[in-house]
Design a protein around this ligand. Structure first.
Ligand code: CNA
Length: 325
């Protein structure tokens, strides 16, 4: 095992900024399967969908005809169910130290944001679940409407398929499918950043989806490149540079080692505790909101039935008065 982390630690200590290139492997310890790990990866577990080929679940042409497979998967993976990993907090810690240049992530789980990394520093190269659009008329649908429609399950369906309120076309979250273009923000920022990468940390990715997979090869020869992954991949395998650092192990384990070498362990722990507290507060607020909504609904219903009762009493007294007259 090659885990010579010293060059990376020295670069961090000398104030060099890190640019991350991330993939599904940094989120597996959160309970989200990656694509390609044999046995546990999503592609090994797609048999239940009877797909013509595994990638079809994220293929725009297949989605147009058969949106259910994607929505069953989306229901399982929808953000909100998962917590950031130690690796995500490591990224956040670097931001706090003003040592984070940018995070290019292929992940659609938004765990970088949930860990608190500033939106401006994140480039979600393959989009995310943050917004949704109709695939026909391109009108936006709010996430609350999308989630409500996913919950509207009819017979024989596991998940509702959201349809556009304007044209009834299928709606999908803005995650980039095979056959779609990448977000403009990616091209703009990579144009700006590509010459400025001092330290490139590539983590948890098989580097097999292009154009993302070619980014590590595009960074300057002067930059230090580090691969943190279970296996050697992409340009690190095909065109390894003399100065490359390969840390072939679990992402969290390596992040822990780096943080230990930097003496930042208590700060990392504090970050995850704070995030946990924040999450609990948010859950508490959500619960309070639900109770308030329920009370307001009950109040409305009481009012409605009171009005109805009054109306029927009024009707009755009218009838009685009619009778007496
Ligand atoms: P991939 O092709 O499944 O590769 C994952 C890589 O990570 C493999 O090389 C694994 O060996 C490695 N790996 C897995 N677990 C660990 C770990 N704990 N520590 C270190 N290495 C590990 O996934 P890529 O990200 O390369 O593929 C790009 C796809 C995956 C993008 O389009 C994503 O949208 C898509 N994806 C995202 C998520 C997510 O958002 N969490 C989940 C699944 C797939």
């Amino acid at each position: 095992m090659d885990k010579n982390l010293k060059p990376l630690v020295s670069a961090i200590q000398s104030g060099k900024k890190i640019t991350f290139f991330l993939g599904a492997g940094i989120s597996t310890s959160a309970g989200i399967p990656d694509f390609r790990t044999p046995g546990t990866g999503l592609y090994s577990n797609l048999a239940k969908f009877n797909l013509p080929f595994p990638e079809a679940v994220f293929d725009i042409d297949y989605f147009r005809e058969h949106p259910t497979a994607f929505y069953i998967l989306a229901d399982e993976l929808y953000p909100g169910k998962f917590k950031p990993t130690l690796f995500h907090f490591f990224v956040k810690l670097l931001e706090n130290k003003n040592l984070l240049h940018r995070v290019y992530t292929q992940n659609i789980d938004t765990l970088e944001r949930i860990a608190g990394v500033n939106d401006n520093l994140i480039v979600e190269v393959h989009g995310s679940f943050a917004k949704n659009h109709c695939i026909d008329c391109e009108k936006e649908m709010s996430t609350s409407e999308l989630k409500a429609q996913m919950k509207k399950v009819s017979e024989n369906e596991k998940v509702g398929i959201p349809k556009c309120l304007h044209c009834k076309g299928y709606v999908k979250p803005d995650i980039t499918f095979f056959g779609e273009g990448l977000p403009q923000r990616f091209f703009e920022l990579w144009e700006e950043d590509s010459d400025d990468v001092e330290v490139a940390v590539v983590a948890g990715t098989s580097l097999s989806v292009y154009p993302f997979a070619s980014l590590p090869a595009e960074v300057s020869k002067k930059a230090l490149r580090v691969l943190i992954n279970q296996e050697s991949v992409g340009d690190f395998k095909a065109s390894r540079r003399k100065t490359d650092v390969l840390a072939l192990d679990d992402c969290d384990t390596i992040a822990k080692e780096i943080v230990k070498l930097l003496g930042w362990e208590s700060e990392l722990e504090e970050l995850s505790i704070k995030a946990e507290e924040k999450e609990e507060d948010e859950k508490e607020e959500e619960k309070e909101e639900e109770v308030k909504e329920k009370e307001a609904k009950e109040e409305d219903e009481k009012y409605d039935s009171g009005t109805k009762q009054k109306e029927s009493t009024d009707d009755l007294s009218k009838d009685i008065s009619k009778l007496t007259i």
